[in-house]
Design a protein around this ligand. Structure first.
Ligand code: ASP
Length: 609
């Protein structure tokens, strides 16, 4: 019989139980903690699967030098722990291994990160020594969850007949609203590849090619400023399907999410998810990613404002703006201090102020009370705000978009402050996962700084009306009013992903490019191949992409995607472990025909001159 080298493990560090007592085993792992009790060493040996206590008798201990994070092979006999010695917090806590031989496979200096978790380590240190940070059980759990989740999703797509197809990383720019990362070509001097912001164009071309149902775990690259939930490169579950409309895409994803949650987390989601038009979401919640776990919906008080004596309210409505508010039930005892703090939040977002009224049929109290002096005025404001006696109404009067934005943020803050989000009854309680589809986003968005319209989703999104409100017949519609067939999947106030029904008609696609100010020459240069593909038998198609980093984090209850990415970058876009980005040799630049325009570091001053 052949045998592996003697150091190789017979069991993992999470495996031994009282049933193994008496067996001779070999464990491999890292030294987590050592204690010397009267000459006898106790140490915890750790691997991905758990911790096992190892006892090193005095005679053996004298022959080996051990330190934290040393990598060992320990051979010994499994022994039962009795009574108070049993560690009930660990699956292996009923046993220990009495070491007979120890081989040091690798040594280590004292680690820069405390792996027992008793002291906090700075983010810089965690990222610089990521290989040690990743040894922490929490990080191992996060990456294991991510792996399980993605693989469950793969199976769910396969079960619905989707093909996993890879698309190129070295490609041509696909506009998703961010800057491109460029890669200079060595063999084509002066030319560049772009890294994909998403596989958008390729997946649509796969539909033209008749592949019908595509998906991919796709890495995307967008050169934008980083935030807690953004990285320069991120992973999407990207998909596309042919001969479908919104409802088909939704039904496909609902099945995928149901299967994935069941498979990876043992949670039975209830489907279908609710659908809500963008306009409704903005009007009821002030945002396009509503958190449906609590109420406190927005109320419109425009009609009341228009007829009231309060000049600020009246002029807001008369100048085309809105007066809207939130009603906080009396039971929450919103204090004056709370209102002042919320006003600070509102002003921080750009509101001029936050008006409030303690509702009352006899006029109530607060700054608005004098405008509610008549029983009719008080009653009609209470009706508009859905308010009962003693409730506190908070109002914003401003431009429509700002009014909604401020109230949307106040609602979310109130949800947290007032503890309105119900606690799940347990880890598998499906009620904690409130998904919703938000549909029919605007087609274009006005950019104040650039002074022009941009696609709200991307330029391949179908308009709700294929005639583009008459633009296809030469009319000039108001671009700000066009509605699209773009949709988002939202979970508990987070956008998990976006998609749309696509433009499969070359003429409509060209029209959209023109409406975006992309002239015929630029269209030809950047998208000529794509429009040509659309003109050669493109089926109606639609798709979606789900952010896997964010979804993995949220399903673990984490709000920073760094915790589910093995090697993330810092907020200033640096990989601290390998020190990227970094300078390259001049020869390497020359090879790809690139010259730096940065001033060369000044040569040390010549003392002789
Ligand atoms: N390509 C889009 C994105 O990456 C998603 C989609 O429309 O499928 O945001």
């Amino acid at each position: 019989m052949t045998q592996g080298p003697s150091w190789r493990r017979t069991h993992t560090c999470g495996e031994l139980r009282p049933t193994h007592v008496g067996a001779t085993v070999t464990l491999n792992g890292w030294v987590q903690a050592r204690r010397n009790l009267g000459g006898i060493y106790f140490l915890d040996l750790r691997d991905r699967y758990g911790l096992t206590q190892v006892v090193i008798p005095e005679a053996l201990g004298a022959t080996v030098k051990l330190g934290p994070e040393f990598v060992l092979s320990v051979r010994g006999k499994v022994s039962a722990r009795e009574g108070s010695q049993i560690n009930t917090e660990r699956p292996t806590g009923g046993v220990e291994v009495i070491a007979e031989a120890i081989e040091v496979l690798s040594s280590s200096p004292p680690p820069p990160i405390d792996l027992s978790g008793s002291t906090e380590t700075s983010l810089e240190t965690r990222l610089k020594y990521r290989y040690i940070d990743l040894r922490r059980p929490a990080m191992q759990r996060n990456l294991a969850h991510r792996s399980r989740f993605i693989n469950a999703m793969r199976r769910a797509f396969e079960a619905q007949g989707f093909l996993e197809i890879e698309t190129p990383i070295l490609t041509k720019a696909t506009p998703e609203g961010a800057r491109d990362f460029l890669v200079p070509s060595r063999v084509h001097p002066g030319e560049f590849y772009a890294l994909p912001q998403s596989p958008q164009i390729f997946k649509q071309i796969l539909m033209v090619a008749g592949l019908d149902r595509y998906f991919q775990v796709a890495r995307c690259f967008r050169d934008e400023d980083l935030r807690a939930d953004r990285q320069l490169e991120f992973t999407q579950l990207d998909m596309e399907m042919s001969f479908v409309e919104e409802e088909d895409v939704f039904a496909t994803w609902e099945k995928v999410m149901r299967d994935t949650f069941k498979d990876a987390m043992g949670i039975e989601l209830s489907i279908p998810f609710p659908r809500m038009r963008w306009e409704e979401s903005m009007e009821r919640f002030g945002v396009d990613k509503p958190d449906l776990r609590f109420g406190l919906e927005l109320h419109a008080a425009d009609a009341w404002a228009k007829a009231c004596e309060f000049q600020v309210f009246r002029s807001a409505v008369e100048s085309g703006g809105r007066v809207m508010g939130i009603t906080v039930p009396a039971a929450h005892n919103l204090s004056r201090k709370d209102v002042t703090e919320l006003e600070g939040v509102a002003k921080g977002i750009g509101a001029k102020g936050l008006a409030w009224w303690k509702a009352g049929a006899a006029g109530g109290s607060g700054p608005l009370a004098k405008f509610c002096a008549t029983p009719e005025a008080a009653a009609s404001l209470m009706a508009a705000m859905g308010a009962a006696e003693g409730d506190t109404c908070l109002f914003i009067a401003d431009r429509k978009s700002l009014t909604r934005k401020v109230l949307g943020e106040l609602r979310n803050q109130l949800g947290r402050r007032l503890d309105l989000i119900p606690k799940p009854s347990g880890p598998t309680d499906p009620a904690q996962w409130r998904f919703t589809w938000v549909t029919h986003f605007p087609l274009f968005e006005w950019d104040e700084d650039a002074g022009r319209y941009f696609s709200a989703h991307h330029p391949f999104t179908a308009p709700e009306d294929w005639s583009l409100d008459g633009a296809m017949e030469g009319k000039q519609p108001d671009l700000g009013k066009l509605s699209s067939r773009a949709y988002d999947l939202v979970l508990n106030g987070w956008e998990l992903g976006s998609g749309s029904v696509r433009i499969h008609r070359a003429d409509v696609q060209q029209k959209i490019f023109s409406m975006l100010g992309i002239g015929p020459e630029e269209q030809q240069r950047k998208f000529g191949f794509f429009v040509e593909a659309l003109s050669q038998g493109a089926p109606p198609h639609a798709g979606f992409a789900l952010g896997l980093d964010r979804t993995s984090a949220l399903t673990l209850g984490l709000d920073n995607i760094r915790e589910v990415i093995a090697f993330p970058k810092t907020a200033s876009a640096v990989d601290l472990m390998c020190d990227a980005p970094s300078q390259v040799d001049p020869e390497q630049l020359a090879e790809v025909h690139v010259r730096s325009v940065l001033p060369t570091p000044s040569a040390p001053a010549n003392p002789a001159s």
